[in-house]
Design a protein around this ligand. Structure first.
Ligand SMILES: Nc1ncnc2c1ncn2[C@@H]1O[C@H](COP(=O)(O)OP(=O)(O)OP(=O)(O)O)[C@@H](O)[C@H]1O
Ligand SMILES: [Mg+2]
Length: 378
């Protein structure tokens, strides 16, 4: 029996929840030939949405589509490696002609990219050290995209990563190439809204005003819960509306978390008994137990002030006015200035996140499971 709540890999069509309006809007932006900046909170569903857009008939038939996640990269060398590997992997199944055309454009990597001399099979053996001149290889990659036999869409996920590269001119360099291209659209995606929006919205930055901006919100409760009920029924089990509602509310509809809990509850359920609220809570406890060791490790690496601040915010759920006397006193914290400093480092480490409601910053623990785990254990 297939568990209809996918928590890994690319979600196949019948198990993909909603995003109808978002998909339509993104397809329309692409058809109007604009680049896209796609942001959302972590684990809201950006990556899945990009793949879903790629599967739409209008996109699938008319474009070559590429996707690369540059989160692990810390230099232009690595970015170039990731981009070329993605193009290579996409072209291998398309046959020799397509691949050969790419190989003939990427001259700077001749020797590490091509066919295995013994087996004759396509092989990709580029090492970071083989990329002697990343700017040149990048130019060749963009040259290929410009000349490919179909228009291209290239999604670069976690794009904010380029601001951490040691090379100083990466933003300007990329912008210059991209501006000149007619055959390739880019989807820049990422969860660090703050960094991304300042990259794309400051007049002084190279990417200023170069994209249509799209912020992905949660799926509505009505749509999500009826999806959950329908999927469960189709898969031969059942779920009470109250339980679906609880799964949504526990995480304010935050996709990955809701899906994970539904996945686990479904895995434990038997066809004879509908999953109820109790089963949802059990599924949550189970996830917290499984992750206990790794959450302990996270806490273990924090200093006292970071820890007390993280715990205070976890207990609040959503915390505003964190440097106020009232907040410091309520949670017996060291001082307002130590909270401020701890928050800066916790944000950098992506343990905290915030929403700006216009007036003030509202902080919460970025990983909602970690938030629950802290509340349970501290
Ligand atoms: N439309 C959807 N239908 C069903 N499940 C979804 C959908 N969108 C997201 N999910 C669930 O949420 C998980 C996270 O989605 P995804 O990886 O796309 O998020 P993300 O915003 O790219 O996360 P990150 O910030 O970590 O890169 C998926 O593995 C899946 O379990
Ligand atoms: Mg992602």
């Amino acid at each position: 029996m297939t568990n209809p709540f996918f928590i890994t890999g690319i979600i196949p069509e019948p198990y993909f929840c909603d995003r109808e309006k978002e998909t339509q809007q993104l397809v329309r932006i692409i058809e109007n030939k604009a680049h896209i900046l796609l942001t959302s909170a972590r684990r809201m569903g950006k990556t899945q949405l990009i793949y879903h857009v790629y599967e739409q008939p209008a996109i699938k038939s008319d474009f070559l589509t590429f996707y690369v996640d540059i989160f692990p990269t810390t230099s232009l060398h690595e970015m170039v490696l990731f981009l070329s590997k993605e193009i290579y992997s996409n072209l291998v199944p398309k046959g020799k002609k397509a691949l050969n055309f790419f190989l003939s454009t990427i001259k700077s990597l001749t020797g590490s990219l091509g066919y295995d001399p013994v087996t004759g099979m396509p092989s990709f053996d580029v090492k970071l050290g083989d990329i002697h001149n990343p700017e040149l290889t990048l130019q060749e990659i963009f040259g290929y995209l410009e000349k490919a036999d179909k228009p291209c869409i290239f999604a670069i996920d976690e794009f904010q990563q380029i601001t951490h590269y040691p090379e100083k001119n990466v933003e300007a360099l990329l912008r210059t190439y991209i501006q000149r291209m007619n055959n390739c659209l880019f989807i820049f995606a990422g969860s660090n809204r703050h960094i991304l929006e300042s990259m794309f919205n400051s007049t002084a930055r190279p990417f200023y005003n170069s994209t249509e901006q799209f912020h992905l919100e949660r799926i509505s409760k009505e749509v999500y819960t009826s999806f959950a009920l329908q999927q469960t029924t189709d898969a031969g089990k059942s779920l009470t509306p109250e339980a679906a509602s609880l799964a949504y509310d526990l995480f304010e509809g935050h996709t990955y978390y809701v899906h994970h809990i539904l996945h686990n509850a479904f895995a434990n359920a038997v066809p004879q008994k509908a999953m109820d609220e109790e089963d949802i809570r059990k599924a949550l406890d189970e996830v917290l137990d499984t992750r206990s060791r790794s959450f302990s490790n996270i806490m273990n690496k924090l200093n006292f002030k970071q820890k007390e601040t993280l715990v205070a915010i976890a207990k609040e759920g959503k915390a505003s006015g964190v440097t106020s006397v009232a907040f410091v006193k309520k949670h017996a914290l060291s001082s307002a200035s130590s909270v401020q400093y701890a928050i800066t480092t916790l944000l950098e480490g992506q343990l905290l996140t915030y929403e700006d409601d216009g007036k003030t910053k509202v902080y919460s623990v970025a990983d909602r499971f970690l938030g629950y785990w802290i509340r349970k254990n501290y």
